[in-house]
Design a protein around this ligand. Structure first.
Ligand SMILES: NC(=O)c1ccc[n+]([C@@H]2O[C@H](COP(=O)([O-])OP(=O)(O)OC[C@H]3O[C@@H](n4cnc5c(N)ncnc54)[C@H](O)[C@@H]3O)[C@@H](O)[C@H]2O)c1
Length: 130
């Protein structure tokens, strides 16, 4: 876990959707290490809380928030929780994303709708709330 490495984001508040895993976790760590206050919004609440806790242990500023960003009510709750902690956000990284690994003709319509919800609608919902 990196401790502080710079001040490029000092005084900034960042929200990272899907910020507890993969490239999102790397961004959460980097933003915090550059001085941002980071709200890690992830459907895996346990992972979001654990990463935020590790960042705080390293002397950085982060909170974890559980939310499925394909759902408007979750998004509104998640962004409100970030605002309650840090005030207005300056940076939004719409990172949450997923994929379906199966032959095209086997994909169910419900799976397609879920994929579009997570990968596309989530950006609309998060950016409006932000
Ligand atoms: N890793 C790569 O090399 C790569 C390359 C090209 C594209 N992508 C795409 O980028 C996206 C992210 O990739 P990754 O490797 O970082 O994935 P990942 O699965 O490691 O991380 C995604 C994070 O987003 C969270 N998440 C997923 N759905 C969510 C939801 N509905 N609400 C809130 N959080 C949610 C997950 O819990 C996880 O923490 C995916 O769509 C992936 O297909 C990844």
């Amino acid at each position: 876990m990196n401790a502080k490495i710079g001040d490029r984001l000092a005084g900034k508040v960042a929200i990272v959707s899907g910020g507890a895993g993969g490239c999102g976790a790397a961004a959460s760590e980097l933003f915090a290490a550059q001085g941002a206050k980071v709200a890690i919004v992830d459907r895996d609440e346990e992972a979001a809380l654990a990463l935020a806790s590790r960042l705080r242990d390293a002397g950085l500023d982060a909170i974890g928030i559980g939310a499925d960003v394909s759902k408007r009510a979750h998004v509104q709750r998640g962004v409100a929780a970030a605002h309650a902690q840090y005030g207005d956000a300056d940076i939004l990284f719409n990172h949450a994303g997923t994929l379906i690994v199966k032959p095209f003709l086997d994909i169910e319509e419900t799976e397609w709708d879920w994929l579009m919800g997570v990968n596309v609608k989530s950006m609309f919902l998060m950016t409006q709330a932000f």
